[in-house]
Design a protein around this ligand. Structure first.
Ligand code: UDP
Length: 451
């Protein structure tokens, strides 16, 4: 029996093609998944567009990288906004991706076991169908986010847009899916609704992938995972957080490591770390209110302000305001920062990667979400795992000061930290030998090895 299994294994196809979209929050988990699969003996090809490319040189010598010749330039993202950009990105890439797969098949003698594509790179399915290669979705956001997109894609948009005006319906919890409320289904912060609907229908309703991989752990999102398992009718593999199983340095911006030296000089658990992810822009007024509140809290703070991320320009008075207690960098080695003993809290926009990274280090959070997906993550952080507090409405200095004190100084914050440490242990156990995420990865390997 064993020999037979070995024989089958050695004949199994060994190359996986990964197709991320060109955003930091997508590329990073893709490269981590790639590392995990590579450690299990698969060869990895990464197919990427022209911009926001991962630098293959030092960190991934064992991976093959190919560039899709006809992909859209990055300037189109600014011009079109995220939804229209993604629709166009897929249109442009479909033929390019097919050519790329045709070449890879020639080069590697048909040895492609699976195309694993980002949920937003749905045009990859055309190549998979044409060349009869299995394909799997990898969603780099939470399971509940996919559930919410799925439900939304089946709605009658016009009717729902008017129904949701009802305050009672707004706050109603979607059956069995707490903390998902009906209001969360209606996209906000993503521009006009039609392109959002068009994109979600492409992703959900035309899906032909035969497996669904998600960067979460069943100890975090059990109910959404059960829902997905029932509804999608294809195997679901919750194998995250992938950054714990395999580190894969894939920062698209240069990390400023000087902040680690600064952290070394601070007291244990005293620092609030602030980062809004890789593409959110802030208004000057909001930035200044934050700065006032942070200064008035009397706690040290480390703040990531990306180049060009403040609408208008970097306010001059900011440098003076932060000089005493604060430290600003353009981009930080985030996981290392969260793991630093001086860090006591994380003020985050609650992107899914940031959420997982904070949980994995047991750091409680101040949640300031901007879009639906982030709002859902924030709802989980505050009301399901109870490891953070939400800042709602317009940012105001007094509210910022109180939030920082609640998290870093008060008893309430200490309790959150305790719960965060318990959650950290659960999540870490899930990726260790015998844990649920570890087993899901094993199951995925078996799926990839079956023809
Ligand atoms: N990140 C980083 N340095 C920073 C800020 C962010 O390395 O200064 C990384 C962070 O660790 C995470 C990613 O950028 O892996 C952001 O992804 P997330 O899903 O949180 O948010 P998005 O950028 O997609 O909104």
């Amino acid at each position: 029996e064993r020999e037979k299994e070995q024989m089958e294994k050695s004949q199994a196809k060994r190359r996986i093609v990964l197709a991320p979209i060109p955003g930091q929050g997508h590329v990073t988990p893709f490269m981590q998944l790639g590392k995990s699969l590579s450690l299990k003996g698969f060869s990895i090809t990464v197919a990427q567009g022209q911009f926001n490319q991962v630098n293959p040189s030092q960190d991934f010598p064992e991976f093959q990288f190919v560039t899709l010749p006809e992909s859209l330039p990055g300037s189109e993202f600014e011009r079109l906004g995220p939804m229209k950009f993604l629709l166009k990105y897929n249109n442009t890439n479909e033929a390019s991706f097919k050519d790329c797969i045709a070449q890879l098949l020639m080069q590697h003698g048909n040895d492609i076991a699976c195309i694993i594509y980002d949920e937003f790179m749905y045009s990859c399915e055309a190549a998979a169908r044409e060349f009869k290669i299995p394909c799997a979705i990898f969603t780099t956001t939470s399971a509940i986010d996919y559930v919410s997109c799925y439900i939304f894609s089946k709605l009658n948009l016009e009717k729902f847009s008017s129904d949701i005006e009802d305050p009672e319906l707004k706050e109603k919890v979607v059956e069995n899916l707490y903390p998902l409320r009906y209001k969360h289904l209606l996209p906000t912060g993503l521009g006009p609704l039609e392109p959002v609907m068009e994109l979600r229908r492409e992703i959900v309703n035309k899906r032909t992938a035969s497996a669904f991989i998600v960067n979460t752990s069943s100890c975090l999102e059990n109910s959404s995972l059960s829902w997905l398992q029932q509804e999608l009718k294809i195997p679901v593999y919750p194998l995250g957080p992938v950054h714990i199983s395999a580190s894969a340095p894939s920062s698209l911006l240069k990390e400023d490591r000087s902040c680690i030296e600064w952290l070394n000089k601070q007291k244990p658990r005293s620092v609030i770390y602030i980062s809004m992810g890789s593409f959110y822009h802030m208004e000057t007024k909001e930035v200044l209110e934050m700065a006032w509140g942070l200064s008035n809290s009397n706690q040290p703070f480390l703040w990531v302000i990306r180049s060009g991320s403040i609408v208008n320009s970097f306010p001059d008075e900011l440098s003076k305001m932060v000089s005493e207690r604060g430290y600003i960098v353009k981009w930080a080695p985030q996981i290392e920062v969260l793991a630093h003993p001086s860090v006591g809290g994380f003020w985050s926009h609650c992107g899914w990667n940031s959420t997982l990274e904070s949980i994995a280090e047991g750091v409680p959070m101040i949640c300031r979400p901007f879009q639906d997906e982030q709002k859902l993550n924030a709802a989980y952080i505050e009301s399901v795992w109870s490891v953070g507090i939400q800042l709602e409405g317009e940012v105001e200095r007094g509210q910022v000061e109180r939030a920082v004190k609640r998290l870093i100084v008060d008893e309430e914050g200490a309790c959150m930290r305790e719960r965060a440490l318990v959650l950290k242990e659960k999540v870490k156990a899930s990726v260790r030998d015998g844990g649920s995420s570890y087993n899901a990865l094993d199951e995925l390997i078996k799926y990839l090895e079956t023809d």
